[in-house]
Design a protein around this ligand. Structure first.
Ligand SMILES: [Zn+2]
Length: 341
């Protein structure tokens, strides 16, 4: 499908190598990071399995005088296709490589990849689509939501991890695993406690705020994590930001866009952004009940179906956060849910 040639570059920042390769969507590129710790070569994230992406990655490794046989550990930040893509290929080429991912990421990917779950996946996607109709979508837009959730898992092959991670785990002594739910339920950052470097995946990016929203979570996982509030994702995301801020990282190495040399400032900007959006949404619906779709159109304008779904889910994240604090209320009218403050 994608026959484009992806451009790539290799950079060195202190003792970390960045391999930055183009991807054919809005974030423009994906960065993987390589560093050595206790004489082990560690890779953060495994990129995308699409077109000649893998080939470009292996030739970039070559440029820093390494081969896949030299890599000892590969962390996976979360379950999205531009982060887990090549995990299986890497493991196949080097069976000694240890793949590491959070328990939730492993279980989600495994579930998505088992054919007996396709029916449950589709049913869950239909439930989400039905809910989106209540929030303002028409039938055609809802159908695209179902397609979206059935399409992407094809690019996320399950690779069984060699090490299953939980919050607070230490790898090679110096690397601390920080569970940062928000962008994805099982998202992790990895913190080098000695150097104070943070590998942030999609949790913290330099120019955009990551999309907040987790939709299809298998039932057994919601049961396993029953104390977790699956509704108020923005709250989890903001808590995850505060946790990172407290670590006082010196440099943040994100999966997209530019390296962040002023972590505290960037975290404050992202928090400010959400604070402003919460205030704007409250203002727009003051004594003026609107569907979440209408609110998202006021904020983001008219978008294509896919982006209007992302915009809608972003607005919902904020509405649920406000609702949780009793700052907004909802009412159902003619099959649509309206929010007001
Ligand atoms: Zn990403």
């Amino acid at each position: 499908m994608y026959s484009v040639k992806f451009n790539s570059e290799v950079n060195q920042i202190e003792d970390v190598h960045q391999i930055k390769i183009d991807v054919p969507w809005a974030v423009k590129n994906v960065s993987l990071y390589l560093f050595t710790i206790k004489e082990k070569n560690v890779l953060f994230d495994s990129g995308l399995d699409m077109g000649n992406w893998g080939k470009i990655f292996f030739s970039a490794l070559n440029d820093i005088s390494l081969t896949i046989q030299d890599i000892d550990y590969c962390f996976i930040s979360h379950n999205h296709s531009d982060h887990v893509g090549l995990a299986g290929t890497l493991k196949q080429k080097n069976p000694n490589l240890k793949i590491l991912m959070h328990d939730i990421t492993s279980k989600t990917l495994k579930w998505e990849n088992e054919s007996q779950n396709l029916n449950e996946l589709e049913q869950e996607a239909k439930k989400v689509a039905f809910q989106m109709i209540k929030y303002g979508f028409n039938e055609k837009q809802a159908e695209r939501v179902v397609q979206f959730f059935s399409y992407w898992p094809k690019f996320r092959k399950y690779q069984k991890p060699d090490i299953i991670l939980h919050d607070g785990d230490r790898i090679l002594e110096d690397l601390e695993v920080i569970w940062t739910p928000g962008h994805s339920f099982g998202h992790i950052c990895v913190f080098n406690t000695k150097k104070k470097f943070l590998f942030s995946g999609d949790h913290i990016l330099s120019r955009i705020t990551p999309h907040i929203g987790n939709y299809i979570i298998p039932k057994f996982l919601t049961e396993q994590y029953e104390g977790y509030d699956f509704n108020n994702i923005l709250k989890h995301y903001l808590n995850s930001l505060d946790r990172i801020d407290k670590l006082n990282p010196k440099i943040i190495f994100p999966a997209h866009q530019e390296i962040i040399y002023n972590p505290h400032k960037r975290i404050s900007e992202i928090k400010e952004h959400h604070k402003n959006r919460l205030a704007e949404i409250s203002r727009v619906i003051k004594n003026n009940p609107l569907t979440p779709l209408k609110i998202s159109q006021i904020h983001f304008g008219d978008l294509d179906d896919m982006n209007s779904f992302l915009a809608l889910s972003e607005v919902l994240g904020h509405l649920f956060f406000l609702e949780n604090q009793d700052l907004v209320k909802s009412v159902e009218k003619n099959g649509k849910i309206l929010y007001y403050s």
